[in-house]
Design a binder for this molecule. Structure first.
Ligand code: APR
Length: 261
């Protein structure tokens, strides 16, 4: 934890309360407590599936049935997952006006399911399939069955509308995410290893634009030493719970709160 020896949670709360225009950047770590494996680390998806063989656009186009072996696992795990406390605390921070947007690298739709309203899906989402030939789109639940490879009406194989390695970020999501990073007062970076570009550039954009970077992660990342101002080490659900607790105590005690009416 950084922040000069004072209590980092109190320091983070002070920044959030004073600036009140925080944006969150989330990664797979926030969904781990919903039962969705992260990508990196001993139990991660990439320990089981080599991303260069299973998660690139080239691999999908060359061997779509093989890539669907990994995609099927992701679809069924995401389909069965529900938001955990971390998603709900983050939605509560938006409700109270502390957080104004969530930029997520995740494709599980759990932020919206938890009640977050302004969610920028930087890597797309698993809930839609798209035909790489005729571009027709379908809700995943209508076309995907476990073990089968979903087909378009035109006969071609469908792909989840997620960003595989080698694919561009949806331009609107990238524009919106960078605008949020440039104009926020605090960037909460939650549960990401910050190893995949261009998502990992977002904290640097925020920092260079004057935001304070508060990192919530069980481990240090490449950001921790070079970009992060306050590293709150711990699980997303526990740290977000403490931030909300401290913020609500401040609200009760802060002189700006109307006394009783
Ligand atoms: N609370 C907070 N952080 C956690 C928790 C938790 N409960 N559990 C794990 N983490 C942290 C890990 O320490 C790690 O830093 O979450 C991070 C997960 O990192 P990755 O698995 O690399 O996931 P992510 O950063 O989202 O990956 C980015 O890479 O493979 C691509 O497209 C994929 O969107 C993904 C992108």
């Amino acid at each position: 934890m950084r922040a000069g020896g004072s209590d980092p949670i109190r320091e983070a709360v002070r920044l959030l309360a004073e600036r009140r225009n925080a944006v969150a950047l989330t990664g797979a770590g926030i969904s781990v407590e919903s039962g969705i494996p992260s990508f990196r680390g001993a139990q991660g998806m990439w320990a089981k599936y080599d991303p260069m063989e299973y998660a690139t656009l080239r691999a999908f186009l060359q061997s779509p049935r093989k890539v669907w072996e990994m995609l099927s696992e992701m679809v069924s795990v995401c389909g069965g997952a529900v938001p955990n406390a971390a998603h709900k605390w983050l939605a509560a921070l938006e409700e109270t006006g502390v957080v104004r947007a969530v930029i997520t690298q995740n494709v599980d739709g759990l932020h919206q399911a938890a009640g977050s309203r302004r969610v920028i899906e930087y890597h797309g989402n698993m809930e839609e399939l798209i035909c790489v030939f005729c571009w027709k789109r379908y809700p995943t639940r209508e076309r995907w069955t476990p073990g089968a490879v979903p087909l378009c009406d035109c006969g071609e194989i469908l792909k989840p509308n997620v960003v595989l390695f080698g694919e561009p970020i949806p331009w609107l999501a990238q524009e919106q995410a960078e605008e949020e990073a440039r104009t926020c007062g605090v960037l909460l970076v939650i549960g990401t290893s910050a190893q995949v570009s261009p998502a990992c550039d977002i904290p640097r954009i925020a920092k260079e634009s004057g935001a304070a970077v508060v990192e919530i992660n069980t481990e240090p990342t490449p950001l921790t030493v070079s970009v992060t101002d306050i590293h709150l080490r711990g699980s997303a659900s526990e740290v977000l719970r403490r931030l909300l607790e401290e913020l609500s105590m401040d609200d009760e005690t802060s002189p700006s709160t109307p006394s009783g009416h």
